[in-house]
Write a protein that binds this ligand. Structure first.
Ligand SMILES: [Zn+2]
Length: 344
């Protein structure tokens, strides 16, 4: 019988295992199971033991097949920006490091490998060694999303509109820092790369800018991930299910990704029709709708709707977006058991 890790990787790479694997992208939620404060993990210094314990404690309760290898924040600390860390909340960057473009010229993408990332790497190592049967997914911000964190999103949008040289420079730096973090964190400790990409979003930046700035950086990251044997799961936000978006959906699939996770506003069936088997698909119940507020019956029936719709597809069940502290874990358990009891 296949392990959860084998099933997950089979599906990411385009296979159709008998059981649908589940990956609810758990970024800080595990801390609610261990009761650790967010500051307790992020310090500084970052506590890899508390991180790994929380990741594994949530998996013990929920039973999902793939986990993120650490409690995750945001990759700005290596560039001199601190995180705001609410006691029982989600860490957020207090500023963007490269509001002055001259400071980017003087910086190295490898500075992303700071003490926090060292702690995260240690957490990945612990999770990997304690549970070799689980898939370990490396969660990093996608190209424009990371670029926006580094430059400040409004400034990056202005660069894209009026100063393309600067925008390209920021995007190159963004891709290089993603690659540096990927090589450091996951080359030997993760099974796949997940690019969390809320602002790699054509609804926000427009189709032209998406094609001009997101796609080349995405290609660069995919090509490096490919070189070290890591499949890439890409999760842009925005509508990709409309006919008018076929061109950028095609460019996204052709960039070298292995799996596409659609965000909540998309009709999954339309997306899969347009992808037409060219990569695997991830998605599932809306984290801010049904999965958060639904009744038991609503959660089960929504989960089953996805399972039936994607029955003959390379498909991974997920929540529509990442999961953080405060989310009702019982609801996640309902989704996971409904997926695991479904047979193709
Ligand atoms: Zn999302």
């Amino acid at each position: 019988m296949s392990t959860p890790r084998e099933m997950f990787l089979e599906a990411v790479r385009g296979g159709i295992p008998t059981t649908v694997p589940v990956f609810p992208r758990d970024l800080t939620l595990g801390l609610d199971v261990t009761g650790m404060s967010t500051q307790g993990v992020f310090g500084p210094p970052y506590d890899p033991c508390a991180s790994a314990a929380a990741i594994l404690a949530l998996q013990d309760v929920v039973g999902h097949d793939a986990v993120v290898g650490c409690i995750f924040g945001c990759m700005v600390t290596g560039f001199g920006v601190r995180l705001g860390i609410p006691e029982a909340g989600v860490p957020y960057p207090l500023d963007a490091p490269f509001r002055e473009i001259a400071s980017l010229d003087a910086a190295s993408p490898d500075s992303v490998r700071d003490e926090m990332l060292t702690g995260m790497r240690e957490s990945y190592r612990t999770v990997r060694s304690k549970r070799e049967d689980l898939a370990v997914v490396m969660n990093l911000a996608g190209p424009v999303t990371n670029g926006g964190n580094l430059r400040n999103m409004e400034l990056l949008l202005m660069d894209m509109a009026s100063d393309p040289d600067t925008a390209h420079k920021v995007m190159r730096f963004s891709a290089e820092s993603i690659i540096s973090a990927m090589d450091y964190l996951g080359a030997d400790l993760a099974d796949a790369l997940f690019l969390a990409s809320a602002t790699d979003n054509p609804d926000l930046i427009g189709d032209d800018m998406y094609a001009k700035y997101c796609i080349p950086a995405l290609k660069e990251v995919c090509s490096e991930a490919n070189n070290i044997g890591l499949p890439v799961i890409f999760h842009p936000h925005g509508r990709f299910d409309e006919l008018s978006r076929s061109k950028i959906l095609d460019a996204t699939v052709r960039s070298g990704i292995d799996c596409y996770q659609f965000s909540e506003e998309n009709d999954g069936l339309s997306v899969i029709g347009r992808i037409n088997g060219r990569c695997s698909v991830m998605g599932g119940p809306d984290v801010t709708g049904v999965l958060l507020k639904g009744t038991r019956d609503e959660i089960i029936s929504d989960t089953e709707r996805f399972l039936n719709d994607f029955c003959d597809q390379p498909y991974i069940m997920s929540s529509s977006c990442s999961l953080h502290r405060g989310f009702p874990i019982g609801n996640l358990k309902l989704m996971t058991s409904a997926a695991h009891s479904f047979r193709r």
